[in-house]
Design a protein around this ligand. Structure first.
Ligand code: SF4
Ligand code: SF4
Length: 445
């Protein structure tokens, strides 16, 4: 069993929070942006503009197809120069709208705050805003917040743990916009009738906790009553910010295997997501920009930037100071859970929250050797799995073994690979093993 506020398992990687004291830099100088029509887990959007059209910031350019999709909007003003297929960071071919920016960032004049009076109009506004979870999963927020019949949300949990090395976007969000974060939390509680909210922050970020507590105190004096929102400092340990870990740390409840947070009365949102909700309801501006951390030995100037969605990564890096050395490894996402990509010429999308560029010295992948059955991977697995058994099952494509050992419960946190003395490629193999199980299950259905 987990202990309240403390993970069972987990690791302590060096934090490398090199950018936490640096204010976010707003970058606008992009001549051309490439906006993919697929930036959520549902089907891709259909472009509703054509080559030659002039567009403005916030204008709809991709219409959502189906309930798991959200619309896509232009992040610059300018002219559509092409609509074509491009290879994404994951190696898939996706439809992309190219826009030549006029550098003016002229807003679409039809944009105005949405009329929100109840739960349905609130969820419609979130859908229309193009919002997906800004923690990185790309799950449409309006779907996540649609609480199924028969379930009750008792807690709104706000994930500000930011337990991964290097990344500081959520910390900067707390430091720069605590008022909008609290406003967003109050709106979600109001429209979904959730009685209580808790914000979870690792205890190595006391400033973020203080900023949010100060904001809550201000609100209490305005309302003349204490809001039902509390800030909780959690032990600094990776992966404290993983959904199931944070739920247990804050509520003591355990999400069952294969279950969802709402099964234990919880709705969880990332701190950047609630801030966006407050901003959108106030201004009507859809999701067109992204804040992300740039770091790693391959970059001259580690920093946090706020850029238009669709800005190309090489342009972002150039504007943010450029390369310090030839890139040996590029990771989209964090050093523990991110995905290594073999090319930089891809755009920033809604799910991106960090780009790590390492030089050749740091990029080397050690050769793996035989498993020595030391059990270290088992000791650190926060999901109480047997990573070495899953690794073996995945390599042999033994679906029965993988299922027997609950491979789908793996959250791909990377703790097992981090401690493995044999440098086994545990996460890559387990991820492939999860794919084998899903493929088999799909064939049976
Ligand atoms: S098996 Fe999965 S959940 Fe367990 S430590 Fe490895 S990556 Fe994390
Ligand atoms: S940590 Fe590595 S060597 Fe040790 S049991 Fe796990 S997979 Fe085997």
């Amino acid at each position: 069993m987990f202990r309240l506020g403390h993970l069972s398992g987990g690791v302590h990687p060096k934090s490398h929070k090199n950018t936490d004291a640096l204010p976010t830099v707003h970058l606008d100088d992009f001549k051309e942006i490439h906006i993919p029509m697929s930036m959520h887990i549902g089907p891709p959007c259909t472009p509703v503009i054509k080559v030659g059209d002039r567009v403005k910031v916030g204008q709809l350019i991709g219409e959502a197809q189906g309930p798991m999709a959200v619309p896509i909007h232009s992040s610059v003003s300018g002219q559509v120069t092409a609509i074509r297929k491009e290879v994404s960071s994951t190696g898939h071919s996706v439809e992309v709208v190219l826009i030549e920016s006029d550098g003016q960032y002229t807003w679409d004049e039809s944009i105005c705050p949405p009329v929100v009076t109840d739960r349905e109009s609130f969820l419609t506004a979130l859908h229309d805003s193009g919002l997906v979870g800004l923690g990185g999963a790309g799950f449409p927020t309006h779907r996540k917040l649609r609480i199924p019949d028969g379930k009750k949300a008792e807690f709104l949990l706000i994930n500000a743990a930011e337990c991964e090395p290097y990344i500081t976007t959520d910390f900067r969000q707390c430091a720069e916009h605590p008022d909008e974060i609290i406003a967003g939390i109050m709106l979600v509680m109001q429209y979904l009738a959730i009685p209580r909210a808790m914000i979870g922050i690792e205890d190595n970020k006391p400033l973020a906790a203080k900023m949010l507590k100060d904001e809550l105190a201000k609100l209490a004096s305005q309302l003349n009553q204490k809001p039902a929102v509390s800030v909780h400092l959690l032990k600094t340990i990776y992966p404290q910010g993983a959904e199931k870990m944070l739920i247990h740390a804050l509520t003591g409840r355990e999400v069952p295997s294969g279950g969802l947070p709402i099964d234990v009365g919880v709705v969880m949102l990332n701190v950047s997501t609630v801030r966006f909700i407050a901003k959108h309801l106030k201004t009507g501006m859809p999701l067109v920009r992204k804040r992300l951390t740039l770091d790693g030995s391959g970059l001259k100037t580690p920093c946090n930037v706020n850029v238009p969605i669709g800005a190309m990564i090489p342009d972002v890096i150039a504007h943010a100071g450029g390369h310090a050395a030839e890139a040996g490894k590029i990771i989209m996402g964090s050093s523990m859970m991110g995905v290594a990509i073999d090319r930089l010429d891809v755009p920033i999308i809604k799910q991106n929250n960090m780009i790590l560029v390492f030089d050749k010295n740091e990029a080397g992948l050690p050769d793996e050797s035989q498993c020595i059955r030391c059990g270290r991977c088992v000791n650190v697995c926060p999901m109480h799995l047997l990573p070495f058994v899953l690794d073996d099952g995945a390599r042999r494509k033994d679906v029965a073994q993988l299922k027997d050992h609950h491979v789908l419960d793996c959250i791909e946190c990377g703790c097992c690979a981090y401690v493995c003395p044999a440098k086994r490629y545990l996460v890559q193999n387990i991820r492939a093993g999860k794919g084998s199980v899903r493929d088999r299950d799909n064939k049976i259905q």
